[in-house]
Write a protein that binds this ligand. Structure first.
Ligand SMILES: [Ca+2]
Ligand SMILES: [Ca+2]
Length: 553
């Protein structure tokens, strides 16, 4: 097990260097803008560094059983038959992924809180594995079947000030030691318990891993044995291309060096095996050479399992941009950065409906066997609701589009309860818990009606293969009401989706697909009245409303 950081909080040296943080850049690119102009003293370490006690990190995994009820004096009842765990998904086309910034979700272990101040945006807020495990039903009851958590290895103990405030490694992307877990996030035992609790609820787990860089002034850059592993601005040997540049001024691993690659792969694959996770979310993929990813794929399949899932972040990714990684089979899926902008523009009334339909159709061009993961919000871009000016009605429409479109939808924690999000760093604000006493987001407002819609949407997506795997065909693509059909030949399933972005009701009529066999379809989402005559389906879609129509048989 791994104990927490010892010692009291220490004073931080002062000093602030400011530069503008642009919208819509990745963590690394944003840091680059923040750090590029800074001198070597940009990272202000705590004096003496925190002391990490690591005991038996290589010991065999042990697992903690879930907390049971308090012992009772009365005779124990006959053991109840435990409901069977829901099956874990086998085909990631069927996944609905929920992404949590661990530090911002739920604090379940205040004893390990160090540099925690939820009132300050750049500080740790205390979220950890224990908290996430304790609140897992919040995620499971949404219906999702996969969870992605931010990196958990030990991060740098210091902060940067380029944004004008102390900015700590609460996000987990500034590794200081790939062989230890960050005690602020939890121990090995805690994470094994988290993964087991997820699996017991039918949720697979993706662990976020970074191979491109270590954190600012990480211990590796100082150790004589490892400081040659990097390109750094200090040494002046950063390249100018994607692979060899020092993204965000971070020390860039020479992953082309077999010793460096082996160290990083050994470290991350060991965590995969010890914690029992089902796959990795890969950070900054385009900044590491293809040869590394080929070897990474070979080793994860050989050592962790053939089905070990790899979801990569290639900044600006879409079907075309991601194809070089799919062509080489280096990962199973990549983030689709185009969906957010297109979906938000459509619901806001920007651009023609037919153009949006063409865009959705174009997403079918992904290489067969690989997936695009589309999102409305993330930790690296301003949130969808924020971009819509807080208009929940429009955001709900965007969520309908997200959950009825092909690919691997990723829900960013809290957006389902209308967490306001915002531009960085507000896009990493605390999970709202409303009246529940869950830190750090206790008291933050939740929109339960929106959440209920998400529950419905996830359930509908999971019910109909056409929504997960089907083809896309525009049926009504003129005006503000848009109807498209998803159909899946293998299951004989067809679902029509109608979305009205206008502020007034719009009647639509479209031909019923043969799969409905002449029966009047039902609206599974809004319960709207539907008429069926002579092979045509008609309904009136309310202002900023939506319908999801499937066979009424
Ligand atoms: Ca904590
Ligand atoms: Ca690199």
């Amino acid at each position: 097990m791994i104990d927490g950081i010892l010692g009291a909080k220490r004073p931080h040296p002062g000093g602030t260097i400011s530069c503008r943080v642009p919208r819509g850049t990745s963590e690394a690119e944003r840091q680059e803008s923040r750090i590029r102009t800074l001198g070597p003293s940009r990272l202000r370490h705590l004096a003496g560094s925190a002391v990490l006690v690591l005991a038996g990190a290589s010991a065999a995994c042990t697992s903690v059983p879930p907390a049971g009820p308090a012992p009772s004096a009365s005779p124990a009842p006959r053991a109840a038959v435990r409901p069977a765990a829901p099956p874990l998904l086998e085909d990631w086309r069927d996944a609905v992924l929920y992404f949590v910034v661990l530090d911002r979700f739920a604090d379940g272990d205040e004893a390990s809180n160090v540099d925690v101040d939820p009132a300050k945006k750049g500080y740790f807020h205390g979220g950890d594995a224990k908290g996430l495990t304790a609140q897992l039903d919040e995620i499971a009851s949404l219906g999702v079947n996969a969870l992605w958590i931010t990196p958990i290895v030990r991060n740098t103990p210091g902060f940067v000030t380029g944004a004008g405030f102390p900015d700590w490694a609460y996000h987990g992307y500034w590794a200081d030691d790939f062989l230890a877990l960050d005690p602020r996030f939890g121990s090995e035992t805690d994470f094994i318990a988290l993964v087991e609790a997820c699996h017991a609820r039918g949720i697979r787990v993706l662990l976020d891993v970074v191979y491109n860089h270590a954190g600012y002034e990480s211990k590796y850059t100082k150790d004589p044995a490892t400081k040659g592993w990097f390109r750094t601005n200090e040494k002046g040997d950063c390249g100018s291309d994607d692979v060899t540049s020092c993204v965000a001024g971070l020390p860039d691993f020479r992953t082309e060096d077999p010793e460096v690659a082996k160290y990083l792969l050994d470290a991350q694959l060991a965590w995969a095996k010890r914690l029992g996770v089902d796959g990795f979310r890969l950070d900054t993929v385009k900044h590491v050479a293809h040869d590394f990813w080929t070897e990474h794929r070979r080793r994860t399949r050989a050592e962790v399992g053939k089905g070990f899932f790899l979801l990569g972040e290639v900044w600006g990714g879409d079907a075309q941009v991601l194809d070089p990684w799919f062509e080489r089979d280096e990962m199973d899926a990549g983030f689709d950065f185009a969906f957010q902008g297109n979906a938000l523009a459509f619901v806001e009334g920007r651009g023609r409906t037919v153009a949006f339909d063409r865009y959705l159709k174009s997403r079918e061009r992904v290489r067969p066997g690989y997936l695009l993961s589309h999102f409305l919000s993330s930790h690296d871009v301003p949130g969808g609701l924020f971009q819509l000016g807080g208009n929940v009605e429009l955001f709900r429409l965007a969520a309908v589009l997200q959950m009825t479109t092909a690919g691997l939808p990723t829900i960013y924690y809290g957006e389902e309860v209308a967490r306001p999000g915002g531009d960085w760093p507000d896009n990493r604000s605390d999970m709202p818990w409303g009246a529940r006493d869950v830190k750090p987001g206790a008291g933050l407002t939740r929109n339960e009606a929106l959440r209920a819609d998400y529950v419905k949407l996830v359930s509908i997506r999971k019910t109909f293969p056409a929504l997960r795997r089907g083809t896309h065909e525009g049926l009504v693509t003129q005006g503000d009401a848009y109807v498209f059909l998803r159909r899946d030949a293998a299951s004989g399933d067809a679902v029509a989706v109608a979305v009205n972005r206008a502020a007034e009701p719009v009647p639509v009529t479209f031909p019923a697909p043969a799969e409905w066999e002449g029966a009047t379809p039902k609206d599974l989402f809004g319960g709207l009245a539907v008429t069926f005559a002579e092979g045509s389906v008609s309904l009136t879609v309310p202002p900023r409303g939506a319908a999801i129509l499937a066979s009424g048989r």
